[in-house]
Design a protein around this ligand. Sequence first.
Ligand SMILES: Nc1ncnc2c1ncn2[C@@H]1O[C@H](COP(=O)(O)OP(=O)(O)OP(=O)(O)O)[C@@H](O)[C@H]1O
Length: 701
Amino acid sequence: MNAQDLKAPIEYLKGVGPARADLLRTELNIHSFQDLLSLFPYRYIDRTQFYKISALQNTNAEVQIIGKITAVKMVPQKRGKRMVAVFEDETGQMELVWFQGHKWIRENIKTNTPYLAFGKLKWFGNKPSMPHPELDLLEDFEKKKAQRMQPVYPSTEKLQKRGLTNRKMNTMTFNLLKQCTKGFTETLPEEIREKHKLVSKTKAIFDVHFPASVQDLERARFRLKFEEFFYVQLQLIRRNLVAKHKIKGFPFPEVGDYFMDFYKNHLPFELTHAQKRVLKEIRKDLRSNAQMNRLLQGDVGSGKTIVGFLSMLIAIGNGYQACMMAPTEILAIQHFEGISELAEKVGLNVKLLTGSTKTKERRLLHEELASGELHILIGTHALIEDKVKFKNLGLAIIDEQHRFGVAQRAKLWKKNSLPPHVMVMTATPIPRTLAMSVYGDLDISVIDELPPGRKPIKTVHRYDANRLKVFKFLKDELTKGRQAYVVYPLIEESDNFDYKDLMDGYESIVRYFPKPDYQVSIVHGKMKPEDKAFEMQRFVEGKTQIMVATTVIEVGVNVPNASIMLIESAERFGLSQLHQLRGRVGRGAEQSYCVLLTGHKLSKDGKTRLETMTQTNDGFKIAEVDLKLRGPGDLMGTQQSGVLQLKIADLVQDGSILALARKEAHVLLKEDPKMLLPKNSMVNFTYQTNMKNKQLWNYIS
Ligand SMILES: Nc1ncnc2c1ncn2[C@@H]1O[C@H](COP(=O)(O)OP(=O)(O)OP(=O)(O)O)[C@@H](O)[C@H]1O
């Protein structure tokens, strides 16, 4: 069979036909012969181990035993009869049991002949039995050496019901592979295969389905995972290289006077090592002729804002403007206030643009923006409206990528002759493995150090029944002059049920913390933006002690005097969301607390989330757990899931293979940057290399 034949529709495979082909297409997305070969088993039944009857453990494990059937009898039971065979080896006896199919068994079974029985154990007291075993004559099994590790394929109930059992899938794949006598064209460069001792494509495909040993299987899986990552990385890095080669950017040769003045005379604190390192990385990008596309990643409170601001100063010092986009109005206002305070020290003009900016202010702002009088513009989505025209935008900082799509990012580019440098800031700690795959087109800088003197936040989990104790604790802290957040889940802002919870909660808080001793603010998504901003401002200024809120405060809010985060129905939040919320406290010198209130009924995942929160403050560890609980596609949203639909590799577990593949992809592209790359898909991936202009055709992926 050659490459072309493998593309044949699946219904032409022996034993499939139109009806089954239909099922395979709809249930497993298998359209062709090669699709069937790319359906990799998700586990294997290890039939390399043999057990003795006397040594069987009292479990329901699947085992295989060599022995002989010495007697067969029918035993009456409530309804009908069961057939019982006595099965013996040299160490003892057990029973094989059938509840149906008696006639066939009676006619085919041979007594006193060596058999291999395989199946799940059942125990009656200390007596083992095996209902409906798979029986093979020992001599036949010896012939089927290739089947010693039996593949188990992904399946669905529908497939099982319609006769496409695992056994059937097994046979189909086995027969197809038997026809592939010519093997498969190699799809990895030989140099790389030799260097990392990767088995050939042909061996990998055969062994991943029918390995003769655990070692063979591991080698096959390693090679296929490597290949999968290698191709994804090639595409991502290549895209990045192409972007760098093609997209020119404004070079900023100097750091400029604003930067120097601020750095020498007005820096409010010494930068951490991580902040300095990241700043150097950014500086290097800005000095080159290429557009910067950098993801700045840092845990909550790690100090991303100052790094962003210093980068803006470089742009402005070189005669350009800068802007910063935030996902919500509250955040935009907050950034505006923070940055204005810093910018004032070096005499820069900063303005805020949101949906609620008045027409008159807007007009002035547009004028200043076009003439270049305005140095820094901060705002929400309003920044990308067509009316907003910069004189020369040199740097765009985007806070929180997830809420700001790629398309929106690109829209900013249209405002210039050359695209501005782009920095995306995110507090979502994306595990390195994932970041590399998802943001392959962005360079990544990580602030992996918190400013000195931060006290770790103490996190506890309490049940609703203890609410009054929790309120008492809150009261004691407020008496010391601190402030607190009380957060309610409002998954959908339109969800009236959640909304009622929030309002009930607000009322009970107001009852427990009455005026005039206490002032309580409330912020939620149904409020008008200016009302939200007003309430938020009162809390920032310390005029109110408690802020009752929904997750609108999830990202970025910075009130250092707030030291308590009380999260209601904490079991309903995702892990990274809980971590973001907790990050709103612990920003000042005082000891901060996070209290997770829940009902008594918790799911297994819910418990894991709460335990993780109480055990660690480390955003990266939390993200790893989150990834395991939810899966990467979920974490990143549907937008990126295309990149992450991996067939065999696992982003969480195979991080080291990914790193290896990425390294090799880099080397290859450096040697040969002109490689042709496919447009969108990994299928039909052809590339030419200077190594004898090989054509590498990926059949299987
Ligand atoms: N090197 C430093 N030394 C001391 N304090 C710092 C340092 N860097 C930043 N800070 C302070 O730490 C606080 C958090 O910084 P910032 O708001 O920039 O964090 P962030 O990374 O943006 O976090 P988030 O994602 O939660 O908004 C601010 O009050 C800031 O002034």
